[in-house]
Write a protein of this length. Sequence first.
Length: 277
Amino acid sequence: MSGLSTNQINHYNEKGYVSPLEALSTSEANDVKDEIEYIEKKWPEELTGLGRNYPHLISPIFDRVVHNNKILDAVESIIGKNILACGTTLFIKEPDEKGFVSFHQDAKYIGLEPHNWVTAWVAITDANENNGCMKMWPGTHKDELKHHEEKFDYGSGNLLTRGQTVENVPLDKTEPIILNAGQMSLHHPRIVHGSGVNKSKKRRIGFVIQSYIGTNVEQVLGKMYVQLARGEDKFNFHEKVDRAKKTMDKVNVLNKKKAMGELSKIFYSGTEQKGKF
């Protein structure tokens, strides 16, 4: 195993994230991009709205990223050797699109306790300040969860489920997460982060494993479908689901549909208003 260095672990502990980390080869990143385009062409609705979640359950290409040993080595350095993969999301920003992600904390609405988990944001295309890369507010993972305004402001381009927003973030204290295609960042459940619009002429694609969790982590708001990524699971808190062997296999499509239904319940727990993601 070749996980994170001591300096990288210290950086994560101090700032709440570590980046850039090498994850995929150029060829592997291109394979993911090609798979997205293939699914979009053959099944146009499959990756839209709530369907942007759990693509690893319907595609062996995405599945291979989730179970990539280079990624898992880095994750193990943070949460330990017993690892579950419990969700994935595609964040695609089209050229000159107004889509953005408001500043927020992942742990606020996702219901995973304790916070022994980490999110891997894998760049399928280059991510930079011009095309809407993530920005982190370092050190905020050390604090309690902050108040979030629930705006449900999809008309403005917000890509989050509730339009949940931490207000008054000091932008001069945020740090951009600039990644080349195939690189990734890892971030803590409580760090405040967001991203701006894509001002470029090309798609910006991020494949996010949200998240890798320790087997000791429970889902306190509902039910989650997971896969054992490494080690062993002595707790068995979650529903296990098979890995994808063929793109859009009927059984795997059904698994994705079930998982998305449960995820929607979690995301909108405690509110009568429902969004499109």
